[in-house]
Design a protein around this ligand. Sequence first.
Ligand code: NAP
Ligand code: G4F
Length: 342
Amino acid sequence: MAKKAVITGITGQDGYYLANFLLNKGYEVYGMHRRSSLDIEERIADLRGKIKLVHGDVTDTSSLVNILQKVNPDEFYNLAAQSFVPDSWTQLESTAEITGLGVLKCLEAIRLTNRDIKFYQASSSEMFGNTPESPQNENSPFLPRSPYGFSKVFGYHATINYRESFGIHASNGILFNHESSKRGKQFVTRKISHSVAEIKTGKQDYSLGLGNLNAKRDWGYALDYVEAMWMMLQQEKPGDFVIGTGETHSVREFAEEAFGVAGITVKWEKKGVDERGYDATTGREIVSVDSRLFRPAEIDLLCADPRKARENIGWEPKTDFKGLVKIMVEHDIENLKGKTGG
Ligand code: NAP
Ligand code: G4F
């Protein structure tokens, strides 16, 4: 009989890739989505007919219990979150309720219905904040720098407590930034790849405003990372695993690489808050720093030490930094030219 999996956050980037991954493994996939005033069909168009949709909200325990009673899945992947860090300062309580308390509600629904359901929690490298250690591993201290970050720390500890107190197979994937052509356009990588594509195809004039160009992140490819989620739930024992590439790059480097893929060489001038990026061939300004995009508290550097995942569950990233940027920029250019479906 086919295994059954429930995925919360099905309309998000990882929901899409995980659903496809599990379908390829022969799973029956149930994608949970919350009520929306607009049709969600467009956002899940590529999954239509392949997965079953169920209504629920991670802030509502009864909806979760209902789903688990009806579906009785083997595996439950909690990907739901208010996941955009800047909005976590302006939507404080809802971020805490969804990204933090929502995890506890998922775990409680499992405890009340069937403790054999295996649980994956989408924990984040944002929990490390400006931790003194680099690279960061499973033992590095958490010093979160945003309401999103400290809500994730709550969810992380809830997961460990349900594992230890009730024997639930519950694991935390501590995932570093992972990106793709399904990434929301407010996140910096997709914002850049989409702008590069607009500039390249003449749909936008040269004008990309970015925030802190010096922040460094460990960026991987989302398709590689959903495999790690599944691998964690196939282990005999649950655990907590850092998932990342082990390489870190600045936002400036990402922008340079992305423009490079489109054949535009960026030359930087006026280092500091007045920094500008120019097209080396035409001399036209293409990147400016917009101080409104700076955060109340920044995480300067994130870099994963994914040794535990490699040695214990056999996970390794397949796509490097340059490969990721190429995939994203080429997809966005082709998409704007109307050659691919999005
Ligand atoms: P995403 O694209 O922002 O997707 C978030 C999903 O959560 C959306 O489907 C959203 O649905 C859903 N959601 C929000 N509030 C909900 C609620 N109250 N009840 C049910 N669903 C709700 O995020 P992602 O990039 O796919 O990331 C997946 C998970 O991994 C998130 O928990 C994120 O915090 C975590 N994470 C991501 C990264 C990364 O680099 N991508 C790294 C570490 C951890 P709507 O469409 O209705 O808004
Ligand atoms: O792309 P970002 O918004 O991602 P951030 O804040 O690192 O969070 C993402 O990764 C986390 C894992 O570490 C996830 F848990 C979280 O859910 C999310 O998926 O920003 C990356 C960096 C930041 O340092 C930011 O200050 O880019 C810098 N940045 C510079 N200019 C910008 C911009 N970020 C955004 N969003 N937009 C800019 O224009």
